[in-house]
Design a protein around this ligand. Sequence first.
Ligand code: ZN
Length: 376
Amino acid sequence: MAPKRRAAGHSQTTPAGNEKLLQSTTTRTVATFLFTLVAAVILGIFLRPTAQPGNSHEDSPHSRLLSEHAFVVRDLPGRGKGAIAARDIQQGELLVREPPLVLLPSAVTASPNQLIVEALSRLSPEGVEIFYNLSYVRVPENLPPAQFAERVPLAIFETNAVAAGSNVGLFPTMARLNHGCSHSFNSVYSWRETEGVLTVHALKAIKKGEELLTAYFDTRRPRHERRQHLKQVYDFHCTCPSCALPDKQSRVSDARLVKMSGLQAKLPSWAEGKLDGRDAIQVVRELWSLGDAEGYTSGRGRLAADAVYVAAAHSDRHGVIGWAELGVKWATYELGGDSELAEELRRTAAEPSSHPMWGRQASMQVGGPDGSATAA
Ligand SMILES: [Zn+2]
């Protein structure tokens, strides 16, 4: 079996690799948005995977339809299926926009298996075929046929589903994207609650013939931990370009990723009064520059929104505008120009004092992305 997978860069997401997903877990992305208020409302980016053990068959009509122009789903030697760019793709392009084939609450009291079986009974024959064309992991091949058949539906769901607001959804097209860590993923998926669809955008420019990769979880951690997680949840050994780096370069990359993760975790201490506004903005700048060095650019719309939050609280008009404009640019790449985050940042850039945090803390020039802290 050689499953694949993917995730929110920052977008974090929640892979559905285990039963917990359906039981309690609020599969939310952990992605750290610190300032939950604003952020949380805005969106959830998730990740997820796909696998392709021996049960993958031909591309479904569903996938072909949705992926026609930008990419094709193809068998990859020794690696199951993957999505390959059929032409050059520009940064920020919308690649997939699809409703869930199956959507279940993330917290359930009934047997998850039963829920899946019921959900399948409501699908059209074509939908059922699409479902069974998806891959799965962790169902022993040597089970008696009846038991095997009983376990496969849940295994498919767990291997491929991703968080969708307070639910967990199965999105067959997006499920064809394999996973890449750190600088390797070039596509990000996110759930749009108001529209009830999952979108996938090109985080980076992608050349014709390159594979589209997404991140199934927050990969800002060392290679051995990433691999351990992927093995545990999706049962595959990651050989993405980031994981395939020579040891020396991998250690440098790991150090950056760990530092990024630590800085991200430090940001909320501003809200607790342990970090002043300038220091919080400095943390954001460091994250930004480490991301440049690593090639990790996911989550920047949200990161800029966090900086806006700080700048607004300290009534730094110049800072708010600078970060909000930068945030619009990155949110547009990753989530779309019509995403809630992009729209919210656009409104804030136009009228900084409309931000809900405006003036909540002592006035301070915290500075914009360019490092300047000139008075507004
Ligand atoms: Zn990897």
